[in-house]
Write a protein that binds this ligand. Structure first.
Ligand SMILES: [Zn+2]
Length: 259
């Protein structure tokens, strides 16, 4: 079975010291591609290192996460932009991410908008797809993206509203869903309504999922198997067929050859 984790954060401290073991387990489980998403300059640099260490398995997406905007040091925004552009020119990344807007951080809304705009401009300049965080802001983001010339858009962990899902699918956007598809009625409904050609699998690790069968353990890419099985059940398909289509979607979206 070909397993794809299209959204994980391998440079987060929770993985430090466990990565070799996690990668070895992922390979045994059948994971053939992982997109590690950075959140700031430090993780951008580390994700590039990981991709060098595990070529043909780890693909980096570079960007500034809206949660990290508060922690930007003077000059760090420009330094990050320069770093991403430099890596982009060397074709070392597959996407700009994780970027976006978060409604919980309304107090820094202007800064969020500024950083998001800069990140979208980099994506335009480098002709790269974007991986979007859109908690409570999906409608706003979908509207905003109309004025950018971004190649492909991925709404990660899409959860609502349903009418925006229809619009996003019409626009050719992709969505990723992860472990909650196993137990969440809302996420299962989203998967049901999303054509398989617009869907990919993710863990968003190191996020820990408290419910069964994940029980709060450190999330590893090997749990994509459970995600695929849940999607197959919802779509009334064979798990292998779902895995094949997700792998195809991955190649189309990130413009890389993996299978
Ligand atoms: Zn994430």
């Amino acid at each position: 079975m070909k397993l794809i984790d299209a959204h994980i954060h391998l440079s987060e401290s929770e993985y430090t010291g466990h990565l070799d073991e996690i990668i070895a387990d992922a390979k045994i489980a059948g994971v053939i591609a992982l997109v590690t998403n950075s959140v700031d300059l430090k993780t951008c640099k580390n994700d590039i290192k990981l991709a060098e260490q595990y070529p043909d398995l780890i693909y980096p997406a570079l960007g500034i996460h809206p949660w990290n905007i508060n922690h930007l040091k003077p000059g760090e925004l420009q330094e990050t932009i320069d770093y991403i552009l430099q890596q982009g020119q060397k074709k070392r990344l597959v996407a700009i991410g994780e970027i976006g807007l978060d409604c919980k951080y309304e107090t820094i809304w202007e800064q969020q908008m500024l950083v998001f705009d800069k990140m979208l401009h980099i994506a335009e300049q480098l002709c790269l797809p974007v991986i979007i965080h859109s908690r409570g802001t999906t409608d706003k983001i979908v509207e905003l993206l109309q004025s950018y010339n971004v190649k492909h858009v991925l709404l990660h962990w899409f959860s609502h509203p349903m009418e925006i899902l229809d619009k996003a699918i019409d626009l050719g956007y992709f969505i990723t869903e992860g472990p909650p598809v196993v137990y969440s009625i809302g996420i299962r409904e989203i998967v049901k309504q999303t054509p398989l050609t617009n869907l990919m699998t993710e863990t968003d690790g190191p996020v820990r999922y408290r419910k069964e069968p994940f029980n709060g353990q450190l999330t590893a890419p090997s749990c994509i198997q459970a995600v695929l099985e849940a999607i197959a059940e919802i779509k009334n398909m064979h798990t292998n067929e779902v895995a094949e289509q997700v792998a195809k979607n991955f190649e189309i979206f990130f413009n890389v050859k993996i299978v």
